[in-house]
Design a protein around this ligand. Structure first.
Ligand SMILES: Cc1cc2nc3c(=O)[nH]c(=O)nc-3n(C[C@H](O)[C@H](O)[C@H](O)COP(=O)(O)OP(=O)(O)OC[C@H]3O[C@@H](n4cnc5c(N)ncnc54)[C@H](O)[C@@H]3O)c2cc1C
Length: 444
């Protein structure tokens, strides 16, 4: 096939659609390839995306127009022990009219996150790209890159001899990025660098969601759990959608393999656990899915470009959890927007050399994408200690149970209670102090 396009973007997730839309707005002829039946049909995630201004560069008032589910105003962190759960809730100062009026009108958008239903959201976003002139080809899988003279010149799609050429390819094909591996930019991720997410969607009426989570209008709530993954390194989540609740677990893949526990059984037990079951009472499970996500931060970020090729989103390893938040969607969109900008400049100059496209990494370094990954580098490493998911949740629960126990015996001060909560467990004071120092370095 003769060159018909200035750029081919592979993957119509948040990274790919941002890149395609940005390039089209700059005047490029863009082909967006998606293996799913429609954009979003194969995409799932936990459910919450932190507010991100990047797409507003492409679509003014993006968040007032986009089909998000709820504007998150209540965020809870919970630590689950054997017999109790301890939680800390952040409630953004909000009135019920604020999200109902549309996120575009929020007075403090930076405190907002949105729950999204990816099949709806991704599809709508891809339609905006089409409206801007992008050619979207669905049910079409890119199988390999076309390489010539050390530069990427296009992609090969399923079917004999189906070659589509363009001087620029933006690979946004997700965590296992076939194209990044094909280009030799990385050799595939190791088990300790990725996580497996399993998620179930439970349908219930909007009113039931509001009542159970204490919400008004389009307000939303999220709850993240530590200590709920039965010794596997990982955490749990609950996110409110409009008329559904998304519940899931994310496990470090190496830890899951080591423990040999079936993830769907762990999810069943999480769903049946004391803090979760009442929230889902009577609700019907309508969807179950599993997906891999990048988890290791900067050490897993591959080379981000070569002649004729840019990587964005999960394909570039731009996703992390620091134990407080899980972020990937915002990094995907922002990196897609930056890829579009650098790609459009390359098109204008007619220069797709490795040197020219290396500007992409420089731009990412100036943005929150690589900065956040660097900021949380130590916290991301800290999340790889088994103790955080086993021992410490048990200690916190034991301490809180003792604190609230009232049995007619004299009360004790917190330090004594803490010593008792730790005693008899396989951790010494030195280890705890070392962990506290490491945590301080990671988060403080
Ligand atoms: C369980 C779970 C929970 C998560 N929770 C959160 C959260 O709460 N907040 C958050 O911000 N992030 C979360 N994430 C991460 C977030 O989903 C990703 O960071 C984000 O989706 C990355 O966007 P992307 O466009 O790079 O990739 P994707 O969303 O994976 O999109 C890639 C697209 O490429 C297509 N594709 C792949 N290969 C090909 C091919 N060869 N040819 C054509 N098309 C192809 C796919 O079908 C897909 O549409 C979570 C992820 C999981 C799995």
């Amino acid at each position: 096939m003769a060159t018909q396009f200035d750029a081919i973007v592979v993957g119509a997730g948040p990274a790919g659609t941002s890149a395609a839309l940005g390039l089209a707005q700059a005047g490029a002829k863009v082909l967006l390839l998606e293996r799913g039946e429609h954009a979003g049909s194969k995409n799932m995630f936990g459910g919450m995306m932190a507010y991100c201004p990047a797409p507003e560069e492409l679509i003014p008032d993006f968040w007032a127009k986009a089909p998000w589910e709820r504007a998150v105003t209540k965020r809870t962190l919970s630590v689950a022990g054997a017999g109790s759960t301890t939680s800390l809730t952040f409630q953004a100062a909000s009135d019920s009219d604020r999200p109902a009026a549309g996120a575009g009108s929020t007075s403090d958008k930076s405190l907002t996150a949105f729950t999204l239903f990816r099949p709806r959201f991704d599809r709508w976003y891809a339609e905006q790209a089409e409206a801007a002139g992008v050619t979207l080809l669905t049910s079409c899988r890119a199988e390999a890159l076309v390489l010539r003279g050390g530069a990427v010149r296009g992609v090969r799609v399923a079917g004999p001899d189906d070659i589509i050429e363009a001087p620029l390819v933006v690979a946004c094909d997700g965590t296992l990025s076939l194209l990044a591996r094909d280009a030799g930019l990385h050799k595939g991720f190791k088990a300790e660098q990725v996580a497996l997410g399993v998620r179930a969607l439970y349908e219930m009426t909007e009113e039931t969601v509001d009542e159970r989570f204490g919400l008004i209008g389009r307000e939303g709530a999220t709850q993240e759990f530590l200590g709920c993954s039965e010794g596997v390194r990982g955490g749990g989540f609950i996110y409110t959608q409009t008329d559904a609740v998304s519940v899931g677990l994310v496990f470090h893949l190496d830890s899951l393999k080591e423990r040999r526990l079936p993830p769907y059984e762990l999810l069943d037990r999480f769903v049946a656990s004391a803090p979760v079951a009442p929230l889902l009472k009577g609700a019907r499970m309508v969807e179950y899915s599993a997906h891999l996500l990048p988890e290791a931060g900067i050490p897993m970020v591959p080379k981000l470009s070569m002649a004729g090729l840019l990587l964005a989103g999960d394909a570039a390893g731009f996703c992390y959890t620091n134990g407080l938040t899980q972020e990937g969607m915002n990094l995907a969109m922002a990196s897609g927007v930056i890829a579009a900008k650098v790609g459009a400049e390359a098109l204008a100059a007619g220069d797709f050399s490795a040197g020219r496209l290396a500007k992409y990494k420089a731009e990412l370094k100036d943005s929150f994408v690589l900065r956040d990954l660097a900021t949380w580098g130590k916290a991301i490493d800290f999340m790889h200690h088994d103790r955080l998911f086993t021992l410490y949740p048990q200690v916190i629960s034991a301490l809180m149970e003792d604190m609230y126990r009232s049995d007619g015996t004299p009360k004790e001060r917190i330090f004594r209670l803490a010593r008792r909560a730790v005693s008899g467990r396989s951790v010494g004071v030195r280890r705890i102090l070392a962990d506290l120092i490491e945590a301080g370095r990671g988060y403080a």
